[in-house]
Design a protein around this ligand. Structure first.
Ligand code: GLV
Length: 316
């Protein structure tokens, strides 16, 4: 895909690079064909590098440098079997993504989409009970996945007076837990049934696929909200939409979807959802720094070293 101009200029100086000048969404066949004669691929989250594709890549490919912190678009096992290194862009988009998480929490709880629409259409009149939302102070936020982004959301949420709860494979180091005044829940289901807001911040892997399915949605309280800035596949989108329509959960804030760029048409009609088009890392600061990382990762591998952002199997 196209990158920011400054990043492409730099890549062009360092590498003998083929660019995707029209920013096309290449088919898998085209990706394979274009990678002939190349040592590495700078991929985006829209490039599906599944096992079938990776197995057909030319022998010369040594690295898949993904322009994203998530790497669910790449089959790590297949890459490993072919000795192809996979890298991502962690850290530099943590704050940007956490900001979108907070925006979605606020937007859903304070009914921003309805307010924006009414203001633009000038069809509103102040009254004591108009567009009443939920105040964040004192609410319980349950974070699913307490890695870098989850912790950044927690820090910001604390500033809004929310109490922090989390479900993660591992309990955080006690110093971080005390700083965030965070409570660890070993059981996801138990946490979900007691929270006012659930924020999804874990990576999409086989283990997290549909981790929020109909059972979990059934456990959520009627007044609670679901926010997802990670990957759409972690939530069963159809079931979530059913729950939003029936009112068994209060609302949702979503930046990611199961079949991007498609969104369940029923979801788009709802008032109690804030929908954004996968812009978690879309800040100038984030995208420039991501561009730096993808280049550094390729260059390090080309120079025969271990790249700084090697995706570790332990993340799977
Ligand atoms: C964005 O979704 C990313 O994974 O970087």
């Amino acid at each position: 895909r196209r990158l920011l101009r400054s990043c492409e200029d730099k890549a062009g100086k360092i590498f003998d690079a083929k660019f995707n000048s029209n920013d096309e969404l290449h088919s898998q066949e085209k990706l394979i064909k274009l990678s002939e004669g190349c040592d590495g691929i700078l991929s985006a989250l829209t490039d599906k590098l599944d096992a079938a594709t990776i197995n057909k890549l030319p022998e010369s490919i040594k690295i898949l440098s993904n322009f994203a912190v998530g790497f669910g678009n790449i089959d790590l096992d297949a890459a490993k079997k072919r000795n192809i290194i996979v890298t991502n862009t962690p850290d530099v988009l943590t704050d940007a993504t956490a900001e979108i998480g907070i925006l979605l929490i606020l937007g859903a709880c304070r009914r921003a989409p309805e307010g924006i629409e009414a203001a633009k259409e000038s069809n509103w009149k102040w009254s004591a009970d108009y567009l009443i939302g939920k105040q964040l102070t004192g609410t319980r936020l349950g974070i699913l996945g307490m890695g870098r982004i989850g912790q950044a959301v927690a820090r910001r949420a604390k500033g809004f007076g929310m109490s922090i709860h989390y479900h993660n494979r591992n309990k955080l180091h006690s110093e971080i837990e005390s700083e965030l005044e965070a409570t660890w829940w070993e059981s996801l289901d138990q946490m979900i049934s007691r929270m006012d807001i659930i924020s999804i911040n874990c990576p999409h892997t086989e283990a997290t696929h549909h981790m929020i399915g109909s059972n979990q949605l059934n456990l959520m309280q009627k007044h609670s909200y679901l926010v997802n800035t990670s990957r759409g596949e972690i939530v069963d989108e159809k079931s979530m939409t059913d729950h939003l329509i029936s009112g068994s959960i209060a609302g949702a804030g979503l930046d990611v979807y199961e079949n991007e760029p498609k969104i369940d048409p029923r979801l788009k009609k709802l008032k109690n959802v804030v929908l954004l088009p996968h812009i978690g890392s879309a800040t100038i600061e984030g995208r420039v720094a991501m561009g730096e990382k993808v280049i550094i990762n390729i260059k390090t591998v080309a120079d025969g070293h271990t790249p700084p952002d090697l995706v570790l199997e332990t993340l799977i």
